[in-house]
Design a protein around this ligand. Structure first.
Ligand code: ADP
Ligand code: MG
Length: 523
């Protein structure tokens, strides 16, 4: 080889080397960036860890806080509110019934016709109207006027409706799913708004009075005789189907729980007497807090930016209103720290751009190339990502959901423990039948009912905490799952009058059972 040839060869080798070096450099950088994204994931995963030891601590913290909340008002972040509901009856009614519900972003009214005896439900219809966004924060009068108007339109649509309104005063039940300090079974003062409603002038006022005034303004001759929240409704419905139902949990947009407590254990209300010796306690557990709850910087940021900072801490880790946004915050951090989402951050920085049902759909995407994940990321947050990144996204969803479900499970076991139904009283023997009592927990809410993996994680964690033997006697039952058939009863109380009773959320046959429950409670 001549000199020229040698020089050319050397030049080529040098060029090849430098290209290789650039390529290797790029690869190394890309690995590093990928490593940073994985680092974000790992750190988040560690922060969300819920090993069995920690779950047990949460169970015990729940029990301690329940005691404290029952001991005195303000004794705990758990309000442990009295409901004045002292028994959970069987509904056996005949006639036409109305239900009304204000529990979040919707007002719902339901009318159901019950045939009595064996043909219980002859028909039912309902109406659900969204509360316009501005009314969520405007004024008490406007909000309750909307409720009254919705009811009035609905009642008047009925042929006989008008006659009903002008007849003697009608009794009205009202499901109002916000923390209320109940004064009686039919009245109570709003403690605070949650779930996106913030109308300052309602706080501290009797919501029954607010509704009755609105009804009067609209010319409706009705009187509130029942005021309950959705959790108590779920317990009543659960009990209607199954007498072993002792507690109810809502896991939807928000979360809450109630259970039957012995009156002598309600220390803050000494001398409280009920025929049954018990009373349903509305825990308002969304506000539960314990240092044992695993909390990450993402949760802290979400709380800081929320309208109710330092409140509803448990709810912010568990419920549908927040889970999607926790996941979005982690993805956003990944996008900032690495290039796994490409150059475009898209909607990743937009609060609540990722809803919990969207997160669930990504989590449950079973297609080999995670097509659904790709579609949702593109449609909701305008980001296009390769398969490798989609897998990371699914991992994030899994971590958020698993933590939520396991913490909710620990909360449920806490309630069972407070009631002496967690098996910790010792191994069951032939004679101590009470130790093997069956305990049914009614569960309601879109997150639990609609999100299979959430439900599986929750059920699995209950088994893990309680052990196989005890958990065999604990049944979690979705209150919306039954059929109208179960409403059949041999005898029904006769009722000629049309009454409006406490309401519910959806318009299935099952809801009608709840209507029955509530009717029987108070008549
Ligand atoms: P609310 O608490 O207003 O009564 P629901 O019990 O109807 O709400 O539950 C609705 C909430 O549940 C939604 O806001 C959503 O966060 C969550 N949700 C509903 N369906 C699903 C689903 N398939 N997967 C995950 N979350 C869901
Ligand atoms: Mg609800």
């Amino acid at each position: 080889m001549g000199r020229v040839g040698l020089a050319v060869a050397m030049g080529c080798a040098a060029a090849t080397c430098s290209i290789a070096a650039v390529l290797v450099g790029r690869r190394v950088k890309s690995w590093r960036r990928w490593g940073r994204a994985v680092g974000v994931l790992r750190e988040f995963e560690e922060g969300c860890a819920t090993p069995i030891g920690r779950l047990r601590q949460v169970v015990d913290a729940m029990v301690v806080e329940m005691h404290a909340g029952l001991a005195s008002d303000g004794g705990s972040k758990l309000k442990m509110l009295l409901t004045f509901v002292d028994r959970l009856p069987d509904g056996k009614e005949e006639g036409i019934y109305y239900a009304i519900d204000l529990g979040g972003a919707n007002v719902r009214v339901l009318r159901v016709q019950l045939g009595g005896k064996r043909s219980m439900i002859l028909g039912h219809e309902g109406e659900s109207n969204p509360v316009p966004r501005n009314l969520l924060t405007n004024s008490t009068v406007e909000l309750f006027d909307l409720v009254a108007m919705t009811l009035k339109h609905f009642v008047e649509k009925d042929e006989n409706g008008h006659k009903l309104v002008v007849e003697k005063t009608k009794e009205l039940g009202f499901t109002f799913s916000f923390p209320v300090k109940q004064k009686s079974v039919s009245s109570g003062v709003l403690i605070k708004w949650t779930k996106g409603l913030f109308i300052e002038d309602t706080v501290g006022r009797d919501v029954t009075q607010c509704l009755e005034e609105a009804l009067a303004r609209r010319g409706l001759n009705m009187r509130v005789t029942v005021l309950v929240n959705d959790t108590v409704g779920a317990l009543a419905l659960g009990h209607y189907y199954d007498k072993d139902t002792v507690a109810a949990v809502i896991i939807g947009a928000g979360t809450n729980a109630c259970y039957v407590e012995r009156t002598d254990a309600i220390i803050k209300c000494q001398g409280l007497l009920t025929n049954s010796g018990g009373m349903v306690i509305n825990m308002e557990w969304g506000n539960f807090w314990s240092s044992h709850l695993p909390r990450t910087p993402y949760d802290i940021a979400l709380d800081d930016e929320s309208q109710n900072r330092n409140e509803q801490g448990f709810e912010k880790l568990i419920s549908g209103m927040y889970l999607g946004d926790v996941a979005r915050r982690v993805l956003y951090k990944m996008a900032l720290e690495s290039d796994v989402f490409g150059d475009a951050i898209g909607g990743l920085s937009t609060p609540f751009a990722l809803s919990t049902p969207m997160m669930a759909a990504m989590h449950e995407d079973e297609s080999p190339d995670l097509r659904e994940v790709a579609r949702i990321l593109e449609e909701t947050m305008q980001v296009l990502v390769p398969l490798k990144t989609r897998k990371l996204v699914v991992r994030v969803c899994d971590i958020v959901t698993r933590r939520a479900a396991r913490l909710a499970a620990a909360g449920i076991v806490g309630i069972l423990k407070k009631m002496g139904r967690d098996g910790s009283g010792g191994a069951p023997t032939g004679r101590t039948k009470s130790k093997t009592r069956r305990s049914v927990v009614a569960v309601e809410g879109g997150l639990y009912a609609g999100y299979t993996l959430f439900r599986e994680y929750l059920n699995e964690a209950i088994r893990e905490i309680l052990g196989e033997q005890v958990s065999r006697n604990v049944v979690l039952r979705i209150t919306e799952d039954g059929s109208g058939q179960r409403l059949n009863r041999d005898s029904c109380r006769q009722s000629q009058t049309v009454r409006i009773v406490a309401g519910l959320e959806t318009f299935s046959n099952i809801d009608c059972a709840f209507v029955l429950q509530v009717i029987f409670l108070y008549y």
